[in-house]
Design a binder for this molecule. Sequence first.
Ligand SMILES: Cc1cc2nc3c(=O)[nH]c(=O)nc-3n(C[C@H](O)[C@H](O)[C@H](O)COP(=O)(O)O)c2cc1C
Length: 211
Amino acid sequence: MDFREVMERRSSCRKFRPDPIDPETLRELVRLAGLAPSPANAQPWRFIAVSNKTLLETMAAEVRRRTEEVFPAPRTEPGRAAFERLLWFSTFFAEAPVVIFAALSPYRAVAAEALEGHAHPTHDEINAMRQQPDLQCLGAAIEHLLLAATGLGLAGCWLAAPLVARREMEQILGLTPPWRLASLVAVGRPALLLNTEKERKPLEQIFELIP
Ligand SMILES: Cc1cc2nc3c(=O)[nH]c(=O)nc-3n(C[C@H](O)[C@H](O)[C@H](O)COP(=O)(O)O)c2cc1C
């Protein structure tokens, strides 16, 4: 598969075959994810792969519990159907052969060295001013990972919805500050043919050229 084909084939997969993914493949996926660019090459990420079913089911149960706690109970039939979809999009990861948990450590901007002892701007203020470059680069790393998975005949799905139970999952994973759980990536072999007919906005809507 050439690179353009890998990009065109990548598609979110939410139903996996049960076959396990071997540790060497997981190491390779994370190595390729780690080639993504990051501010001042800070590489503020860690990836924890979990294939233990009991752990994944415990986390999914926490996500379900927290979702029911945080979102008001729906009152209409369409509302209930949407809530069931939300629960599914938030918890299907427990059925994947492996889930890669991406953790982020807030990066310390090189620009802060220019402060010479002044209190402001703080690292957090610089990070906000620059639109969270640490989160931005984690996104790049995750996309590397998903493209690498596609190139190896695997598939995956990026998940943020389960972060409603971020603290509970951090505790299960043993993640302590400065590390924060920032994303999940379910990975496996697709059980169904993936939809590569992308519904995307027309280029005229998303691209502008100012010559
Ligand atoms: C930051 C981010 C968070 C996402 N969170 C979820 C999620 O929690 N659950 C889910 O099922 N899909 C999630 N997705 C996948 C999107 O729904 C999917 O990428 C989008 O519908 C486009 O489909 P495609 O990936 O097949 O091209 C997420 C994607 C991104 C980039």
